[in-house]
Write a protein that binds this ligand. Structure first.
Ligand code: ZN
Length: 155
């Protein structure tokens, strides 16, 4: 799946990432929100960005129908993959699910995203994905401007 970034470049989601999102869609009334982090690599500078992995919910996350709390285990996975990939696979943002067909970020989502973006020390943008029951939406946060904008779905 490909999304168009605001600079005309592309965000490319590899099948592993889509499979993880798909597995945690909140199809059933009792399905809980799931969350994780996004990991990938930057090729051709920042023009094309590949999302290669999304961490699955970890046992010590706290999950309910409408909320989640992401445990530090996700950050440990990011650090391990960064080391094992000779520092080519980096942290690229966050994802979670919503129990609605077409997801709208909550006020809490916006403040959590702004906070993450303000903490980002690398120049690359961060991505924030919400998998709804039907639709996947992704926002891009730019470090320099601190703006967060939704990406256009391409194919
Ligand atoms: Zn949310």
């Amino acid at each position: 799946m490909v999304f168009e970034k605001s600079d005309g470049g592309y965000l490319i989601l590899l099948p592993d990432v889509l499979a993880t999102f798909d597995r945690f869609r909140q199809n059933k009334p009792k399905d809980k929100e799931a969350c994780g982090v996004l990991i990938g690599s930057l090729k051709e500078g920042l023009f094309e960005i590949f999302l290669e992995l999304a961490t699955s919910p970890q046992p010590n996350d706290i999950r309910s129908r409408m909320h989640f709390w992401r445990s530090p285990s996700h950050q440990k996975i990011v650090e391990r993959i960064f080391r094992e990939s000779q520092q080519t696979r980096v942290y690229l943002g966050e994802w979670h699910t919503h129990p609605e067909a077409d997801p709208t970020p909550s006020t809490q989502d916006w403040s959590a995203w702004r906070h993450k973006l303000s903490e980002q020390t690398e120049p690359n943008p961060l991505f924030f994905a919400i998998q709804g029951i039907r639709v996947l939406r992704i926002w891009q946060g730019d470090v320099t401007s601190q703006n967060i904008k939704e990406l256009k779905y391409k194919e």
